[in-house]
Each structure stands twice: as C-alpha cells, then as structure tokens.
Design a protein around this ligand. Structure first.
Ligand code: UN1
Length: 508
C-alpha cells in the first residue's frame, strides 16, 4: 500500500480542506472507504460538518477576490504546474482509482491522463477567453463583450470517474478565475483527498492563499448545502437523472446556474454496411469497459437484420474471452462492480427484461465471491430485447448489452432516439449517405454522435454532455468554458455627443 502513503492518505480528519491542509472540528461522522476488489477497508474519512462547510465557503469567497484579479494566463500557469504534478503521480493515482473504484488499472491510468490532458487544454484556453467585438450603430461608440468569472463553482462528481470529471470542471473553472468547492462521491472519498494533496503541492510552491481549491466530504446532505447555497452561483453536477432533477429544482429555485451531466442510454447502430469486426471491438469496450459503469457505456446495440446473427455470434465469442477479476492484474479487462447494490440492480434488470420477453443469450451471473476474494464481480450479459421494454428505457449501471434488430435506417434512428436520455450515440457504416443521415438534423438527438467510433471514451477536446434527461450541460473542451463565466456587454462612447440607440430623440 505504498501508493496510499505517497498520495498522502494517512492521518486523521481527512475530508475537509481549503488548500494545503485538512482540518475539521473532529466531526464524529466518518465515511469508511472500501475497495470493491475484495471489500476490505482502505481508510476512514471525516464528513464535513456544517460549521466547517461554512468556513470553507467563507474562505472560498475571500480567495475569489484575489484569484479573479490574477491574469488568466497566470492562472493557466498554475494549472500547467498541476498538470506536471499529476504526471509525477500518474501511476499512484491511477492505482488508487483502480483500488477504490474498481476499474482496471489501464483505465485508472487513462483517467489520470484525462486530467493531464484537460490541464494542458486549460493552459492554452487561459489565453483564449475570447469575447466578440460588435459594430455599434452609434457614431464613435465601441461595443464589445468580455467574460468574467462567476465566483464559487460547486462541483459534485460521481464514483465512476472519481478524479477526471472533477478536473474537467475544476481546471477550466480555475483558468476562468473561479474558486472551486468539490464534493466527490461517498463511494470514492480517498480519490478526492489524493487529488487535493497533489494540488496542494502546487499551491504551496506558488504561495497561493487557501480557498481556491476546496474539498468537502459527505453524502446527500452536504450536497444539499451546496445546491441551496446562494453563495455558490454555479453547480456542476454529474450523477443520476433523479439526482440531477433535484439539483436543477433547488438551484433553479434560487436562479443559480447549473451544468448537469446525468445518465445516458447510449446506442450503437450497426448497419449492414459496417465493418463488423470494428463494430464488435468498439461495442465490447463500450459495454464491458469499466464494468458498464460509464455514463457513456454502450447499453443498446441496434443491428441491421442482415448482419444481426453474425455480429451476435462474434460478440458472444469475444465475451467468452474477456478476463474478469482483480482490476490491478494486467490481463484483467473487467473488474468488479462498485458494490453489492449494483450487482443486485443488474440481477433485477435481467429479471425484468426476461419477464418482458427478452432473451438472455450470454452471462449475467454474479461470480463466486469466495473465488474472487469477496468483490462484486459479475459476468457481463448480452440480451436480445426490444427498445420499448421499460427496463431497456432505463440506464442500469452494469454491463448489460441489449441487442435490438432493425430493418431500415429511419427505424434504427427512431429507436436510437427513442429513449429519455441523450448522451452518446454512434453508427458503424462505410456508407456515406447513412453516416451523414445519422449526423444530420434528422439523425441522432444526442450530445455526442460518432461514426465508426464507439459511444464511450470521448476525448477531452470536445464539449462533453448530452440532451434531454442527460441534462443539457457541456463540460471539458470546445467552448464549454463559457458556462463557468458571466458575459458582459460593454458599450463605450468616445464622442462628445449623447446619441441614443434605435434613433430615439429624447431632447432634455
Ligand atoms: C462519465 O462516465 O461520467 O467518454 C464520463 C468517456 C469518458 C468520460 C465518461 N471520457 O467515456
């Protein structure tokens, strides 16, 4: 457990920090972190008390006054150093992600790489917080817009990406001049502590004040303090649709801003014109990768009737070869589910789909706990189903792939769009007309739509997020930075007259 020490996961009172040190009133409430690998306890964290929460918010407000006046490229320099520090800790942090969350080590490393990449992206972006210049209709008037920071950005993240999703938000929000308060998932509190320690090194080296990067720990109640708090103008939340609706309601009631990144029910359409081997490989990564616990996981495969059986057989063949087991072992491709509850939900979904008429053709069982040292390991499942089944309409956070047959493209697109969620989508085809139809206004209704690329594993350079019940938020690349800023339109009169817009004469 050398890596825990190296990441500073030791001592007491881990849970609340405004920068370099953890502090707390010694709150009695703790969250014990367990590894899903074998269920054993890793360490205890301390839940942030209400009193400490208020201290954090006050510190953050104070720090904002300074941080917003640091030139954006200089803020970018701090983020550049965070990226360098993350590079130094990539293996240890990747290992902790695997240990605490259960994704395989390659994916743990990949998650830290996403953090590094967003740091690099944010450094460049810090010199490009562009506003437009407009032509005024009045003589000797200049009109332009500029972007200012909002203040405190509250970040609520989920267990499945315990470090990357925070950094997409925090690094962009930071170069924009905001200060951050982060509450990660109760299921992965140590990842938050490790990241806070890595950032603390940079804060120390640069003699930065407390209150810029803040961490708090807790469950629903602590999250509600944030969403109800008028001192936090923006809440960026990643998690379930149910949670997102509550966040939207609470923050909306005080007319605060939200960025919501909620559930997906992502599909790949495989046409009769697809490269089937490519489609199969992308599908397997999308459906069993992270044990089906990405919001971009492939849940539905909508396959043309002419290639349905061939692809189905190929998938079953590949699934049989997928190594399930300890995610720290190099040849493992599928680790455990996060907890027992997730394994039960998977069983329940499989029961429901079969009751509705679906045919379980592969896997689905909970694997022998004894053999696998007590973790919640499952065999990924493949089910022939219909899009209309109630359970197919839901996002089950587990490796279940529903195979759905189609006969013409309009039908396939209607099925792909025929769910309440709208995060990621993809089509495999070598036919240009089909591909362009899928990407056109009458094609996919999702925030992400790919051709010959699966639904998961999006790059940080694009805006990440989705439509409908996925919440509409966009994070990470492209111009997602704008959501962390307020736009100000400025008009300057450098004439010696007082003309009004719209030609209005108002002689006084
Ligand atoms: C998530 O599951 O919340 O596209 C984010 C992907 C990753 C991010 C997923 N880059 O799969």
């Amino acid at each position: 457990m050398d890596f825990l020490k190296k990441l500073g996961i030791e001592g007491t009172n881990l849970g609340t920090s405004t920068g370099q040190k953890f502090f707390g009133s010694g709150s009695e409430e703790t969250i014990s972190s367990h590894t899903p690998i074998d269920g054993s306890q890793i360490a205890d964290t301390t839940v942030t008390s209400r009193e400490d929460y208020d201290k954090v918010v006050t510190k953050a407000q104070e720090a904002f006054k300074e941080w917003r006046m640091v030139p954006a490229p200089k803020r970018g320099e701090i983020v550049r150093q965070i990226g360098l520090e993350l590079r130094k800790h990539k293996e240890d942090l990747g290992r902790l992600v695997t240990y605490e969350m259960g994704k395989v080590y390659q994916e743990g490393l990949g998650e830290v790489q996403e953090m590094i990449d967003i740091c690099d992206f944010a450094v460049g972006q810090s010199r490009m917080l562009y506003g437009k210049t407009m032509q005024s209709e009045r003589p000797k008037h200049r009109m332009y817009e500029q972007w200012h920071p909002l203040g405190i950005t509250g970040i609520i993240s989920a267990f499945n990406f315990p470090v990357a999703v925070y950094s997409w938000n925090a690094m962009i929000a930071a170069i924009c001049g905001n200060v951050m308060i982060w509450k990660g998932s109760e299921k992965t509190p140590l990842c938050g502590i490790a990241v806070q320690n890595i950032i603390a090194k940079v804060l120390k080296r640069n003699d930065l004040p407390e209150g810029i990067f803040n961490l708090i720990t807790g469950g629903r109640e602590v999250g509600e303090w944030m969403t109800e708090d008028e001192r936090i103008p923006l809440i960026s939340a990643t998690g379930s649709i149910r949670m997102g609706k509550e966040v939207a309601k609470t923050v909306g009631a005080r007319l605060g801003k939200t960025i919501l990144e909620l559930g997906g029910n992502n599909a790949i359409i495989v046409s009769e014109n697809a490269d089937l081997e490519m489609a199969a490989r992308a599908t397997v990564f999308g459906s069993v990768g992270t044990c089906g616990q990405r919001c971009t996981s492939t849940r539905r495969l909508i396959v043309h009737e002419d290639v349905f059986d061939e692809l189905k057989d190929r998938l079953v063949e590949i699934y049989q070869d997928v190594n399930i087991g300890n995610p720290l072992d190099e040849d493992t491709l599928v680790g455990p589910l996060i907890d027992e509850h997730a394994a039960e939900s998977m069983q329940q979904a499989l029961e429901e789909v079969q009751e509705a008429g679906g045919e379980l053709i592969y896997g689905g069982e909970i694997l022998d706990k004894k053999k696998l040292n007590g973790g919640n390991y499952v065999n990924p499942a493949i089910v022939i189903a219909e899009n209309e089944y109630d359970i197919v309409q839901e996002e089950t956070f587990a490796p279940i792939l529903y195979l759905i047959k189609y006969s013409d493209l309009d039908e396939a697109i209607a099925k792909q769009n025929g769910v309440r969620q709208g995060l990621s989508s993809s089509m495999f085809t070598l036919n240009m007309r089909e591909a362009e139809t899928f990407l056109s206004a009458r094609g996919s209704d999702c925030g992400i739509a790919n051709i010959n690329v699966g639904t998961s594993g999006a790059e940080i350079g694009g805006a990440f997020g989705g439509e409908k019940e996925t919440g509409g938020g966009r994070e990470s690349g492209s111009d997602a930075w704008k959501a962390y800023m307020r736009r100000q339109t400025n008009t300057i009169n450098w004439s010696d007259e007082m003309p009004l817009a719209q030609g209005i004469e108002f002689d006084v």
